[in-house]
Structure formats: C-alpha cells, structure tokens
Design a protein around this ligand. Structure first.
Ligand SMILES: *Cc1c(COP(=O)(O)O)cnc(C)c1O
Length: 359
C-alpha cells in the first residue's frame, strides 16, 4: 500500500490465475490448456510472418486485424457473419471480456452472474465499479434461466460453465436473450468446442446477445493470447471504441497470422477436440470406479469430488506426486477439484496416483 496509489486501487481484488510452474516434467492439469500442440498450419504461418530477417516486425500490425476478422467470418460461414459482427482486438478473451464489461455492462444497475462461474467476472466488476448479483446454481450445479428473470444491467454466463463444465441448452440461451432485450447478455464460449452448442446463430435475431470466444483452449494457443467476440454491429462498435481508447495494437503480427491460420484449420480442430472428448469419457469412468462423483462435462476439464476425502488434501497429495489440479477455496465448491483433460498418458498417471492415495 502506498499513498501514491490512485485511491480505488486499494479496493481491488485481482484475479489469481492457476499456477504456471517454472519447472518442467509436471503433469499440468490445472489451467485447462490443451494437451496437444497447435495446428501445424498456425506454426507455419507464424514462421512466414517473421520471415528470415524479421523485417515485418519493424512495422506496426494492422490495428483492426482485418485478416483475422475475415478468418472468423469464414470459420462460421454457416452463420452468415460479416466483419462488422466480429471484434478480435483483445489480448486473450480475458481482455475482450474486460472491454465488454467497460463498454456494455456499466449502466448503474447490477449485472447478474452465476454464484459459481469464471472468477474473473467479479474482478472486472471491481475494476469498473459494476455491482453484481450472484444467482445460485441449482443443487446439481446447473444454471436455471428462470432465476434470471429480474431487472439487470446485463448478464454474463459461461457456456459451458466453468469450473463445472455444465452446458446450457441453446433454447435456454435463447430464452435468456429474449427475456432481456433491454440489456446485454454475454455468453462466454471458451469451452464450447468440447461439447457445447454455440449461440452465434442467434445474434442476427438478438441485438443484445454477445458471444465471446478464445483460441486458448480448443485451438491450443493459450500462449498466443487471442480472443474474439461476435454480436450485432452496434455492440462491436462499442467494443472498438473502448479498444481504440486503450491500445491501438493489442494483437501483434505473429499472433494475428497464427490465429488466422489456426481458425482455418478445421480438420485439425476436429481431430484434437475429438481426442480430448474421448479422453474425458475414459477418465470419467476411471474416476467413478475410484468412488468419485464426476459432474457431466461439456468442457476440457471435469469437476469432481470424493465423498470421503478432503479436496484440498487430495490436491496436495497429487502435487507431491508431480500432478497439479485446481482447487478453489470457495463456498459450495471447496470439496471439489477441477481437473483438465490431458493426454491419455497423463490421465493414466493421474488415475494411478489417485489409486495410490486412496488406498
Ligand atoms: C480460459 C477462459 C477464458 C480466458 O481465455 P483467454 O483467451 O486465455 O484470456 C475466458 N473465459 C473462461 C470461462 C475461461 O475459462
């Protein structure tokens, strides 16, 4: 603390990301990264962008990242988007979300958030002075959209939800958007490629619906920091205005080239997401046989608890064996663990370690 600080900084509660350990050879199942490498086309495109002498890096990137916008439009050809429906200029979807909170959710009224969801949302509320009301998930950790029928300054929902992995049916998203035409409904689809249903097709009918996405999870590019949002052009214009009041060039040349190539490689996405979903089914079975309750998941992680073992203790014992998973010291979920789906070899190591711990 210091009197040099702007006063509001004293009141911030920053987000705490999952640990990124400095040493290798850990089985890292704590931050929902993809266990497979990114598309080879993305790697080739990034190499091409740098070239032999790196000369292109002398120059600023395209401030609007038009070629990446176009790649998003083509990636979702079935939804007939135009570039005006797409905002790509955020350093990861976290930054896209930050702009969303600033540009679209500061109306004086509290916004609605599930009580258990991505813990960055309340952090942005703190940063931008937005009040929120937490709507409890039901006893099976599902979102009940009827509980959101109250006046609000906006609604933010992750679908599938994190850290539960629970998917909201498209009909529920539609009902939520239709019932809240006076405010913005944000659907964070960070995990949708692993088994959810996208709401992008609804944006033409609902000018209040904004879908956010990231290349960090299903495209295995967490290190590149690329997110985007899709919605009515008026929503996108607000995001562009905020972005252009913050940073003209949030995406660098290498990231733009790599992300556009990754989005265009549909076959690779299909192959790797299928592999993750297969491993998820197998791991779910193994853990259930060890006595765990495993919530059905449409994401690249599972949310589990053991009826007779303390979750924090399990996490600590796994860590001693070189395996890290995520534990949240938070009411309602402090007896759960969130486990990222790794390769089958990593899942096998996890199961073997848990067997040993439980014996
Ligand atoms: C991982 C995650 C994000 C952030 O992704 P980045 O693009 O890496 O910033 C956003 N929302 C949810 C729910 C996530 O789990």
């Amino acid at each position: 603390m210091s009197h040099y600080w702007s006063p509001f900084v004293h009141s911030l509660t920053p987000y705490v990301p999952g640990e990124q350990p400095k040493f290798a050879n850990l089985v890292k199942l704590n931050t929902n990264e993809n266990p497979y490498p990114p598309s080879p086309r993305a790697i080739a495109a990034m190499r091409r962008e740098i070239g032999d002498d790196g000369a292109s890096l002398r120059l600023y990137p395209d401030p609007n990242a038009d070629c990446l916008r176009q790649a998003v439009v083509e990636c979702f050809a079935e939804f007939a988007l135009s570039a005006a429906h797409v905002f790509v200029a955020g350093n990861g979807s976290d930054e896209v979300l930050a702009h969303v909170f600033m540009a679209l959710l500061r109306h004086g009224q509290p916004i609605l958030l599930p009580d258990i969801s991505y813990s960055f949302y309340p952090v942005y509320c703190g940063l931008y002075g937005i009040d929120s009301v937490r709507i409890p998930l039901d006893e099976r950790f599902a979102i009940r959209v009827d509980d959101y029928a109250r006046s609000n300054g906006g609604i933010v929902i992750a679908n599938p939800n994190a850290p539960t992995g629970h998917p909201l049916p498209l009909g529920d998203v539609e009902r939520l958007a239709a019932a809240n035409l006076q405010s913005v409904v944000v659907i964070d689809e960070a995990y949708v490629d692993f088994g959810g249903t996208t709401a992008i097709g609804l944006i033409h009918r609902f000018p209040n619906l904004l879908v956010t996405r990231t290349l960090s999870k299903s495209h295995a590019l967490a290190g590149l920091r690329i997110g985007y949002a899709i919605g009515d052009p008026a929503l996108i214009e607000a995001l562009d205005r905020v972005k252009n009041s913050f940073n003209s060039f949030p995406l660098d040349r290498v990231a733009i080239a790599g992300a556009a190539a990754a989005l265009s490689d549909r076959e690779y996405l299909e192959k790797t997401r299928r592999a993750v979903m297969r491993s998820r089914a197998a791991l779910t079975g193994h853990l259930e046989r060890l006595g765990f309750d495993v919530l059905p998941s449409a994401a690249n992680f599972i949310f589990v608890r053991h009826p007779r073992r303390d979750a924090a203790d399990l996490a600590a014992q796994l860590r001693q064996r070189g395996i890290i998973v995520r534990h949240f010291k938070q009411p309602r979920i402090d007896q759960h663990l969130r486990i990222t789906i790794g390769t089958d070899a990593q899942c096998d190591l996890l199961v073997a370690a848990l067997k040993e711990i439980l014996e």
